[in-house]
Design a protein around this ligand. Structure first.
Ligand SMILES: [Cu+2]
Length: 295
């Protein structure tokens, strides 16, 4: 019994940690934290809903698991051969049979309703204030703002070049910059193999597939830098293609646009070798292309 008591205590503590203490540990800024439990802190309405749904499911699962555990304990204690030498010969109980069919159906419906609502929220893209395209390439991202005619590559910053406070394998040379509280539509595609555009605190994860255009959206509600990574195994340097999104005020965004129109228009020559990497290239050719694109 002591073991069971301890197990129960552990389960309760673990659930409480995940549901409460866990969320306190999430109060970070758009990147993973040491000893983080659970999801990154939400920065968009979609992620708010995902976090809510996650916690809701955890309660549902927890209660079901505890209920089943309780039943098993009752069976083991009350109906073992020693305590119950003459077993009952009951084979049917209509009430219980109806209950154990109807109750799971009700539980599934209760889960399905918020689940479908969330799915529609993710898939129905509202009218976009800002349109960006994210093209996954081996092994970096290219972003473009078709309405503003801006296009640039975003490459990981090597560990030795990091400034204090910049996270390793997440920092990039050119971040994707978007305004706060605006609907940003992201159109993704792959230039060579399948990549995946994922930013955990935005609740965004969508495959970037060659020859296809996959759309997603987010509306960041807080200024800051949010990090993600390519989430589809895409080759040797899959870990070297992080995603960094800098969410700024409308004024800063306009200032950035003015700067970017000049900088990335002038960058045309440097951007071209990077395009070569779009074709399946030998490792060295990609290295050269990357070196060219950094300048
Ligand atoms: Cu990738």
């Amino acid at each position: 019994m002591l073991v069971l008591k301890r197990l129960f205590a552990f389960l309760v503590t673990a659930s409480v940690t995940v549901l409460t203490g866990g969320t306190a540990a999430l109060a970070a800024t758009g990147q993973p934290e040491p000893w983080q439990i659970g999801l990154q802190r939400a920065a968009t309405p979609v992620m708010d809903d995902i976090v809510w749904f996650h916690s809701f499911l955890l309660w549902v699962i927890g209660i079901i698991a505890l209920f089943v555990l309780g039943l098993l304990i009752i069976v083991m204690v009350r109906f073992n051969a020693r305590a119950n030498p003459v077993p009952s010969r009951t084979t049917h109980n209509t009430l219980i049979e109806v209950a154990w069919t109807v109750v799971p159906v009700l539980i599934l419906v209760t889960i399905a309703v918020p689940s479908f609502r969330l799915l529609f929220l993710e898939l129905n893209i509202p009218k976009a204030d800002v349109l960006v395209t994210a093209t996954g390439k081996q092994w970096f991202w290219s972003y473009s703002y078709p309405r503003q005619k801006i296009e640039f590559d975003s490459l990981v910053v090597a560990e030795k070049d990091l400034k204090p406070g910049q996270p390793r394998l997440l920092t990039v040379d050119n971040e994707l910059v978007v305004p706060v509280n605006k609907v940003v539509e992201v159109d993704t595609t792959g230039a060579d193999v399948i990549h995946s555009f994922a930013v955990p605190s935005f609740g965004v994860k969508i495959d970037a597939i060659p020859g296809r255009l996959n759309k997603t959206w987010f509306k960041a509600e807080r200024v800051g830098t949010y990090y993600g990574q390519c989430s589809e195994l895409c080759g040797r340097e899959h870990d070297q293609m992080p995603i960094a999104v800098r969410v700024v005020s409308e004024k800063d965004y306009q200032a950035w646009l003015t700067m970017a129109k000049k900088k990335f228009a002038a960058d045309d020559g440097a951007a071209r070798p990077a395009q070569a990497a779009a074709e399946p290239a030998a490792g060295d050719a990609v290295k050269v292309a990357k070196a060219g694109a950094v300048e």
